[in-house]
Design a protein around this ligand. Structure first.
Ligand code: CP3
Length: 346
């Protein structure tokens, strides 16, 4: 195995001392990069995802062009419903749609949870190829959507501001909801474990729509499945949980077997450290919209953010995915500001 030349991310995940925090950006491979947009004109979304050479090329773009300390494999969270046998369409500029939503016991019984190695072979091949191409430059992150977030898409059939249909199903067909969440959990465990065996150095679980739930409902429909995944996967590699919008769960999650928790910008670094008792590595939480501000201002905010989190047990990142309208130079400035950071305590 090639040794990593830059292992800041893995050190931070193990709570080892670092000279500066590692930095990467959620959704760093994608729509704000001109070279990505060029590829988008030639190949449709799932061709890009399912062709290991293309996925690798896209994964490496932000490593070479933005200078991040980690690569995240180019794929999508919705490959899991596909592997379960559900059709997923991606309309450029419109987002995903799943024409056959889950409604009944029969629909749930028909869902596949096995042969992940076969159904998602292209992801594992892309990880292996990317790992090879990286040649140890930086660690490689694998990922999956969290059960609640995948459930939202499988019930609603498309994106939603309120996820009211997904919630209606959870509140009225509670037994079926738990069966579906469990099936997603089972296949996701297999998926993440195989990613770690195929070249991923760690994995992140994106619970993008966790914040649509009340604290009590998060405890019922999201948290148990997140913890089940973390417990089952942790021996294969470090797990980062990103349950967006759930600051109230930080204390509980800090006691989990996750290696880090990702935060959005609705919690301050100080509050997050207090809620987690300084027990766990934290990741985040720069508002991506702040990348639209002038560069000197971005750099000042990044320094303040690191000062407040502290440079140790910390991974600099955004509080959600980078948006397509961010200028490349501003994304670079975010990364540079972290790299320029000097830990006063060193
Ligand atoms: O760089 C990376 O982060 C790796 C690639 C990645 C993509 N999707 C590629 C993509 C990752 C980690 C994801 C995760 C993902 N996908 C999430 C969780 C993260 C988040 O932002 O909350 C979610 C909710 C999805 C589902 C999804 N995929 C949506 C809602 C959309 C359309 C809206 C959008 O973000 O553009 C996608 C499409 C998608 N996935 C694109 C990319 C680069 C854009 C489509 C395109 O470029 O043609």
């Amino acid at each position: 195995m090639t040794e990593l030349k830059n292992n800041l991310l893995l050190k931070a995940l193990r709570k080892e001392k670092v000279e500066r925090p590692p930095v990467w950006m959620m959704r760093q491979a994608g729509r704000y990069l001109p070279d990505y947009i060029k590829l988008r004109e030639k190949y449709d979304f799932f061709t890009r995802v399912q062709t290991p050479e293309l996925a690798t090329e896209i994964t490496l773009q932000p490593v070479h062009q933005i200078g991040v300390d980690a690569a995240i494999i180019f794929s999508d969270i919705l490959v899991i419903p596909q592997a379960m046998g559900v059709q997923v369409l991606m309309e450029e500029g419109k987002g995903p749609s799943l024409p056959n939503t889950i409604k009944t016991q029969k629909d749930i019984d028909a869902l596949n949870t096995s042969n992940v190695d076969e159904h998602l072979k292209y992801v594992f091949d892309a990880l292996a190829l990317t790992k090879k191409e990286l040649n140890g430059a930086v660690p490689l992150i694998g990922f999956a959507g969290a059960p609640w977030t995948i459930f939202c898409y499988m019930i609603e059939g498309k994106g939603s501001k309120t996820w009211d249909k997904a919630k209606q199903f959870a509140y009225t067909e509670t037994n079926l909801a738990h069966q579906l969440l469990q099936k997603i959990t089972t296949i996701t465990i297999e998926y993440l474990t195989t990613q770690l065996q195929s070249g991923a150095d760690c994995v992140q679980v994106f619970d993008s729509w966790a914040g649509s739930l009340s604290p009590e409902d998060f405890k019922t429909f999201a948290q148990p499945y997140l913890l089940q995944i973390t417990d089952a996967v942790k021996d294969s590699g470090p797990v980062i949980l990103f349950p967006k919008g759930t600051w109230y769960a930080l204390e509980d999650l800090s006691k989990s077997s996750a290696s880090a928790i990702g935060l959005d910008w609705t919690v301050s670094p100080k509050q997050a450290r207090a809620l987690t008792n300084n027990n766990i590595t934290l990741q985040g939480n720069f508002d991506p919209a702040k990348l639209l501000a002038p560069i000197p201002q971005i750099k000042k905010w990044v320094k303040e953010m690191i000062d407040e989190f502290g440079a140790q047990n910390y991974i600099a990142n955004l509080g959600h995915g980078i948006t397509p309208n961010v200028p490349v130079d501003n994304a670079k400035a975010f990364v540079e500001a972290v790299k320029e950071y000097k830990d006063k305590k060193n």
